[in-house]
Design a protein around this ligand. Structure first.
Ligand code: ATP
Length: 229
């Protein structure tokens, strides 16, 4: 099993607030890795550090065994909390612009639109899309440069039950295509349905990590559920 991500002692302080405290984690190739924790537990801060947009206060991490560099980050696609799309442009045009920004060819656009089931709506303006469709377009955009790893930050937040089910199915489909996925969520149920492995964060501290199958085994379940709530 190949290690995709290795995190050692990763820490982030915002002034006197310690948002992430001495985090140690490993993610292996092919895992759908859930970062589970309530609001404010440090999930977004951790993902920001892994994407190079937030500077760690201490600690280190490697992607594919090497220190994070621009080139390595090209292997990682991310859908963070607030993706930027132009409301009056079509889904297709928005992806073309994103491909330019990412400096990757537009050839993959039909493939990613097909994957997220938006081919039939590609010429409609972004502002006419439902929240679920917007989220699917954001995932399509993150996949444009064929990353090895996909990072999703609370991908089902704010969606209706159908939108939630679609995103969960899509996540599983992308995982089945061979990508490693890191997914932040505050929902134990979501992590159980979608992930193979998970870590539980609480107030910046890692309180549990392991296979998702662990949940459901006696005392540990109670502990995880109590800590996530
Ligand atoms: P959410 O789901 O609400 O985004 P989260 O688990 O992703 O929660 P973070 O957003 O990483 O958690 O926040 C962790 C802590 O760090 C919180 O107490 C938050 O208020 C604080 N924090 C996050 N970003 C900043 C910032 N830029 N400046 C100061 N404090 C911050």
């Amino acid at each position: 099993m190949k290690t995709v991500l290795s995190i050692k002692g990763l820490t982030k302080d915002y002034g006197r607030l310690r948002a992430v405290n001495q985090l140690n984690l490993e993610v292996q190739q092919g895992q759908v890795f859930g970062m589970l924790g309530p609001n404010g537990s440090g999930k977004t801060t951790t993902l920001g550090m892994l994407m190079g947009v937030t500077n760690p206060t201490a600690g280190e991490f490697t992607w594919f065994g090497e220190p994070p560099t621009h080139t390595l980050r090209k292997k990682i696609g991310a859908v963070l909390e607030h993706p930027i799309f132009y409301p009056y442009l079509s889904g297709q045009k928005n992806l073309e612009l994103n491909a330019m920004v990412k400096e990757c060819p537009a050839d993959n656009i039909p493939k990613v639109l097909d994957l997220v089931e938006l081919s039939g709506r590609k010429d409609d303006k972004y502002k006419t899309y439902s929240l679920g469709m917007k989220q699917r377009l954001a995932i399509a955009s993150a996949l444009l440069n064929e990353p090895t790893v996909l990072i999703l930050d609370e991908p089902t937040n704010g969606l209706d039950p159908m939108g939630i089910a679609e995103i969960r199915e899509l996540t599983k489909k992308i995982a089945a295509s061979g990508k490693t996925i890191i997914l932040a969520s505050h929902l134990l149920d979501e992590v159980q349905k979608v992930c193979t492995h998970f870590a539980v964060l609480k107030k910046g501290n890692l309180i549990h990590s392991g296979p998702v199958d662990d949940v459901g085994r006696g005392a540990e379940t109670v502990e995880v559920q109590a800590d996530v709530a």
